[in-house]
Design a protein around this ligand. Structure first.
Ligand SMILES: [Zn+2]
Length: 448
């Protein structure tokens, strides 16, 4: 049998070998001369940042050279940036206009099915997925096309593990994304898909599955059902995506069911973007993409640590999307990670750009306000209002308490400041002032 192609877009560094799904034990030497062994799926995860920049530059050049004659969309993107295909480098990315995710249905409608971004012959596409929009997503024929194997490995999934894949196997790509990665790892897949909770639970127990992949809420549901049967779950590792994983849910599930739960950030157009390691210091950016944090209005790249929209360029021969504006808000986490992976890390996904309001240069999202208010169960309702006075943004949090008015104002203001880094004026209102359907974050600023 022919040897399988490596899942990474990069060739293995000389002197290192990798068994399929077994990971790599690579030693790095720390400051005191003590060798620390790091266990990763792909040795590229441990390469020095300068080496990564070089490898990604080579990959990007190769992608552009191949795609320029066959992808009209890539050609137009470079033209709009005023850079020549022969000389373009990754340093030119910020000059390329953002490709907004919400514009994809329209662009794909004009040039079906992929808006002119497909850069290989149709015969190189294995499947076409259909996500809400509709947005059509091509899946290439290479092993682990969606790139999840390093993320699953980091979460503790191994060769020979029996794993329930509870994501949908039709229309949207989530099921196929993990199926391909599990095959690359050498795990044993039970393709259960969504729903059928009773069958899922019985199957899990019958086959003694070690891993489960799905949404956090579905994982919680399955574990509850196993508990109802008075049985102990065989699950040791879980991997969740598709919705936010709250730390309280994770802590609860991990302690009650003696398992570890990992997570990743991915999108249907590209697959894996960033993933968590055992240190849980954020989400390591995958080797297969270039991630920028940008101003959603102008597309300008923001300095590390500033909150902005996640824009992703896909180093893919098949579907080389450049600067796809995901609509998700994040920022680069500071410092390095003790796990040995050297990639930049996204702190977490803070919400959607559309729901956020920029106040004094800081993105404020309703989720942040919810987190600040969660500490005060006596707050029955609240509404944050952004206004502008004498050319300064003002944030006012109006709240109602369930019982008699208490002296909450100062404490809530402190909590808002801690979570959002914004100073707020807090007004405690008589009960019944705020309607049940009022928006939690209102922008009343006028700019004309
Ligand atoms: Zn790490």
């Amino acid at each position: 049998m022919r040897a399988r192609k490596r899942p990474s877009v990069f060739p293995p560094p000389a002197g290192r070998t990798q068994g399929k799904g077994t990971g790599v034990l690579a030693a790095t030497v720390c400051c005191k001369g003590v060798a620390i062994v790091h266990d990763v799926y792909d040795p590229a995860e441990l390469q020095p940042a300068s080496q990564r920049a070089g490898t990604q530059e080579v990959a990007f050049r190769r992608v552009v050279e191949r795609a320029i004659t066959v992808s009209p969309a890539l050609r137009q993107a470079l033209e709009a940036a005023g850079v020549s295909p022969e000389r373009v480098t990754l340093a030119d990315l910020p000059r390329i206009p953002l490709l907004k995710k919400e514009s994809l249905p329209g662009r794909q409608g004009e040039a079906p099915p992929w808006g002119g971004w497909l850069a290989r012959p149709l015969a190189d596409v294995r499947r076409i997925f259909v996500s809400p929009g509709p947005i059509y997503e091509p899946e290439g024929r290479m092993p682990d096309y969606w790139g999840f194997a390093p993320a699953l490995f980091a979460a503790g999934f191994r060769r020979g593990d029996i794993v329930l894949n509870t994501f949908s196997y039709h229309l949207t790509p989530a099921g196929a994304m993990f199926d391909g990665a599990l095959e690359a790892l050498g795990s044993v897949v039970v393709p259960t898909g969504v729903g059928n909770i009773e069958i899922q639970v019985k199957t899990l127990q019958d086959v003694r599955a070690r891993g489960l992949i799905g949404t956090p809420s579905f994982l919680a549901l399955v574990l509850d059902k196993v508990g109802e049967r008075g049985a102990r779950s065989s699950l040791e590792v879980g991997f969740v995506s598709g919705e936010p994983l709250s730390e309280s849910l994770r802590t609860d599930l991990e302690s009650r069911h003696r398992m570890r739960i990992g997570q990743a950030y991915a999108i249907g157009d590209i697959g894996l973007i960033a993933y968590e390691c055992s240190q849980r210091t954020g989400l390591h950016v995958a080797e297969r993409v270039v991630v920028e944090i940008v101003d959603p209005a102008t597309g300008a790249r923001l300095p590390d640590g500033e909150m902005g929209e996640v824009a992703v360029s896909f180093l893919s021969d098949l579907y080389p999307l450049l600067r796809l504006g995901t609509g998700d808000l994040s920022r680069i986490a500071p410092g390095s990670c003790a796990c040995g992976r050297t990639s930049a890390r996204l702190e977490r996904i803070f919400g959607r750009v559309g729901d956020a309001v920029k106040v004094r240069g800081i993105f404020l999202h309703p989720h942040d306000l919810d987190r600040a208010m969660a500490r005060y169960p006596e707050v029955a309702r609240y509404q944050a209002v952004v206004t502008r006075r004498e050319h300064q943004d003002e944030l006012t949090v109006r709240l109602e308490t369930g019982g008699p008015q208490t002296r909450l104002g100062g404490a809530v203001a402190d909590s808002v400041r801690e979570v959002t880094r914004l100073r707020a004026i807090v007004e405690v209102l008589p009960p019944g002032t705020l309607g049940p359907n009022e928006k939690k974050l209102v922008d009343l600023r006028k700019w004309d």
